[in-house]
Design a binder for this molecule. Structure first.
Ligand SMILES: Cc1cc2nc3c(=O)[nH]c(=O)nc-3n(C[C@H](O)[C@H](O)[C@H](O)COP(=O)(O)OP(=O)(O)OC[C@H]3O[C@@H](n4cnc5c(N)ncnc54)[C@H](O)[C@@H]3O)c2cc1C
Length: 451
């Protein structure tokens, strides 16, 4: 079936929907809460083709379910890569636009949505339109972070930049204060991130694309290799070189470090007997070489998501705290301290993101110059329920002029959400592009998804 045929079939399905649509949740979806339970489901899985790579003009035309892993493999053959490549192998180009994805090159390029040039979109009426900065520009920008509530992407034209075979990495062990300074005022480098390992501090990482390996080569290419977090904790102040593809997906095995919780006896008891198990104080352990050798394949992010989506949501949401908080730079100290005080979860991922002045009203990096994304992924050791703490911290980040990413569980009151997510403009977009004929409101999709 050609792309045009697939789009026609989709248009007909949307026209006949007559109820809020959502998309069939593939097991690999990186959105933790999953899709809306009610309404008709549409399967987009066949939209997984790379339609064109134009190496002269440096762009790729892809269908939305193409993963960044597959796209980068194809573009690397032309010596090119997308400017922002999210770190899990199964994150798709469409999902990254809809879910407002970022990575360690975001201090330069912003989010994935800042690197796209044009979309083909099927509207709630079934009509097909193009959206770009010069055509239906309000829709083009509004789609970023809209989680499929304004239209269905059927193609994405995305920029490409020059790739080099290696990334030269410099690691520095720093105190917490110096680490936050580093990520808020990053040096001139292609990739920047920080990982806070504990209350005393963590590791600052700067990466530079390079054609030659001028430091020891470090590879992450086997399923039994140590996870990147294990490798990081062994490093002090040093330099090394990674092949580009290994670097881009360095955090895939173990899904950053969330996979460590699968190895914790307490987690297994909680999953078996729900949350009413006695407190056994045990830090999530790192996987030994033996465990990696025997079960390494299970810890790829795709497999972990597969397991995740089999856990009933009422259990996973009571156990895990997995959130990203976009924080305006001037508020970083205060937000960081509050997150540590309430969650006591380490490591913490620190990734600077340049903000946008375009009308991406739903995206977390909208409206300010620069942000630090603070990623807190783990389980709480707190007497208070996870959803209560999450709701407080959601409010806290809004009060500090930031936003959290909306891929995880979300508890905002409707009024508060509408105030901070530009309800008037969003409603106008929904009306102009006939979204309510087929798609739920964003608030319902992220908060009332069980209904
Ligand atoms: C531990 C952890 C860490 C994370 N860290 C990061 C991080 O560092 N950087 C980052 O960017 N993200 C991170 N995420 C979040 C995740 O990567 C994003 O939510 C991402 O956007 C999901 O991509 P996906 O391809 O799986 O999208 P999906 O989950 O498949 O889809 C995302 C949303 O878009 C909708 N959708 C999908 N396809 C279409 C389409 N064609 N048209 C319209 N709507 C569509 C879906 O309905 C869904 O609501 C993290 C998640 C976890 C669990």
């Amino acid at each position: 079936m050609s792309h045009a045929d697939r789009v026609q079939t989709l248009q007909a399905a949307v026209k006949n929907a007559r109820s809020p649509l959502s998309f069939r949740k593939g097991s690999a979806s990186n959105t933790l809460r999953g899709e809306m339970a009610s309404g008709k489901k549409i399967d987009l899985s066949s939209f997984n083709n790379i339609l064109e790579i134009n190496s002269e003009q440096r762009w790729a035309l892809v269908e939305p379910r193409v993963s960044f892993y597959d796209l980068s493999l194809a573009t690397l053959k032309e010596g090119l890569i997308p400017p922002v490549v999210p770190e899990f192998t199964s994150i798709t180009v469409g999902g990254a636009v809809m879910g407002a994805a970022l990575e360690s090159s975001s201090h330069r390029f912003g989010q994935v949505s800042d690197t796209t040039l044009e979309y083909e979109v099927v509207l709630g009426s079934g009509e097909k339109v193009m959206a770009s900065p010069s055509e239906n520009a309000d829709l083009f920008y509004g789609l970023s972070g809209s989680y499929g509530t304004l239209g269905i992407l059927t193609t994405i034209k995305i920029q490409l930049i020059e790739a080099k075979p290696f990334v030269h990495l410099s690691y520095q062990s720093l105190s917490t204060k110096a680490l936050l300074d580093f990520v808020c005022n990053p040096p001139n480098a292609d990739f920047i991130e920080g990982v806070a390992l504990g209350p005393e501090g963590g590791i600052a990482i700067a990466g530079q694309l390079t054609s030659e390996a001028k430091a020891p080569l470090y590879r992450q290419n086997h399923y039994w290799s140590p996870w990147y977090i294990q490798h990081l904790t062994q490093l002090k102040n040093t330099e090394e070189v990674m092949p580009l593809q290994d670097y881009l997906f360095r955090l895939d095995r173990g899904a950053f470090w969330v996979g460590r919780y699968v190895l914790r006896v307490r987690t297994l008891l909680q999953l078996l007997f729900k949350w009413g198990v006695p407190k056994i104080s045990q830090k999530p352990p790192n996987p030994s070489w033996m465990l990696r050798l025997l079960f390494g394949g299970v810890f790829k992010s795709q497999k972990l998501y597969d397991i995740w989506h089999r856990i009933p949501t009422d259990i996973s949401e009571k156990l895990f705290f997995i959130h990203d908080f976009y924080t305006p730079l001037e508020q970083v100290k205060s937000v960081y301290e509050k997150l540590v005080e309430e969650t006591a979860i380490y490591p913490i991922w620190l990734c600077p993101v340049v903000g946008t002045s375009t009308p991406q009203i739903l995206a977390p990096h909208y409206g300010k110059k620069n942000f630090l994304n603070i990623g807190v992924y783990g389980m709480l050791n707190n007497e208070r329920p996870v959803h209560v703490i999450t709701a407080e911290l959601e409010k806290m980040i809004l009060d500090h002029g930031g936003r959290k990413m909306l891929y995880s569980y979300t508890y905002y009151e409707r009024d508060l959400f509408e105030e901070f997510y530009h309800e008037k403009t969003y409603r106008a977009l929904r009306k102009n592009y006939q979204a309510s004929l087929a798609f739920p409101h964003l608030y319902d999709k992220i908060v009332n998804f069980r209904g």
